[in-house]
Design a protein around this ligand. Structure first.
Ligand SMILES: [Mg+2]
Length: 338
């Protein structure tokens, strides 16, 4: 039996990036029940990848019968794609998560062990400073640093980005800073900002230019001393080879790629091509974050703070100490309903 629950989640403060600022995030949770066991998954739709809370409600039930035998999880993505060729990645992610957890619970294992992954620690996660008025961004950075977060990912994409990064470098001089322009810069602005970021000791730059501007990214990368990471340019595992010519690394998110197995496949292809790996997330509950956390020991950079930003996370059980997330040790995804 398959059951969906739809719930609006809320961030503690409005969360802003270059494209929008929101406080409410429609999320859908799927429960696959068979033989007294339950597997769970989360859909965290994002309009940039062609989904909304409403599309998830319509598409989810159309794909349920693809689950079939959950032990055939290797073939699940093909069955989902046969029923829904259009991407709809977060719905597919939810169903893939549910199949994986059901099998892991049957085997009394954490999902990462079911997948044959080794027990290596997750790199320290960054904590996001969302785009807002400058005093607000200073306060966010200050509060995060005070709570023990040493890596901050700063959202940019304005005409005064230089001023923002200078102010935050002054506010938290010891912090490791990463920046994410969310595809908002022009090529000249990106070239200008490169010098600013390098002078302020920023560690990496995520998605400076438009998603389809691979030539622009390749030219920028040729000038850069810090790694440039693709996020919006990556929708599907088949994008990875093209991105290797334009970026130093890729940001893998289960909700945009179609699930943890799709992310794992992209990760392996990316490694073969010499790319660095970031495991990232949407604003999603601890269930969705767990789906990424089980892979995150394989990453160079972790950005898994989505659930930490929520006021009403319906799941608990992930063990955080400031930016350090412990590898989940419980059976299945290792999280429980609050
Ligand atoms: Mg990003």
């Amino acid at each position: 039996m398959i059951r969906w629950e739809h719930q609006d989640l809320h961030t503690r403060s409005p969360f802003g990036i270059a494209r929008w600022t929101h406080s409410t995030y429609p999320r859908s949770f799927v429960y696959f029940e068979e033989g007294g066991l339950v597997g769970r998954g989360e859909a965290a739709p994002n309009a940039f990848y062609g989904e909304t809370g409403e599309t998830v409600k319509v598409i989810g039930p159309l794909l349920e019968d693809a689950l079939g035998d959950p032990w055939d999880w290797q073939g699940l993505h093909s069955r989902l794609a046969a029923r829904m060729p259009h991407h709809h990645p977060s719905v597919k992610c939810a169903l893939e998560m549910a199949a994986l957890e059901w099998c892991a619970v049957s085997a009394n294992l954490p999902v990462w062990r079911l997948l044959g992954l080794s027990d290596v620690p997750i790199p320290e996660s960054s904590y996001t400073v969302s785009l807002a008025e400058l005093p607000d961004m200073r306060r966010q950075a200050h509060d995060a640093w005070d709570s023990g977060h040493t890596i901050l990912k700063v959202k940019l994409g304005t005409e005064h980005d230089q001023q923002i990064v200078e102010a935050l470098r002054e506010e938290v001089p010891q912090a490791r800073l990463r920046v994410d322009a969310n595809a908002a810069w022009s090529r000249p602005q990106a070239r200008r900002m490169l010098g600013v970021l390098e002078a302020l000791d920023v560690e990496l730059l995520e998605q400076p230019l438009a998603a389809d501007d691979l030539d622009g990214h390749a030219a920028l990368r040729a000038l850069a001393r810090l790694p440039i990471i693709a996020d919006e340019s990556l929708h599907h595992v088949s994008d990875v080879p093209r991105l290797a010519a334009a970026f130093d690394g890729i940001n893998l998110k289960t909700a945009k790629l179609g699930g943890p197995l799709q992310a794992l496949s992209a990760l392996r292809t990316a490694r073969a091509l010499g790319l660095g790996i970031m495991i990232g997330c949407m604003i999603e509950s601890s269930l969705g974050i767990a789906g990424a956390a089980h892979l995150a020991g394989l990453a160079d950079w972790a950005d898994l703070d989505g659930a930490l930003l929520l006021a009403d996370d319906p799941f608990g059980g992930l063990e955080w100490q400031a930016g350090h997330l412990a590898r989940p040790s419980g059976v299945g995804w290792g999280v429980s309903q609050r």
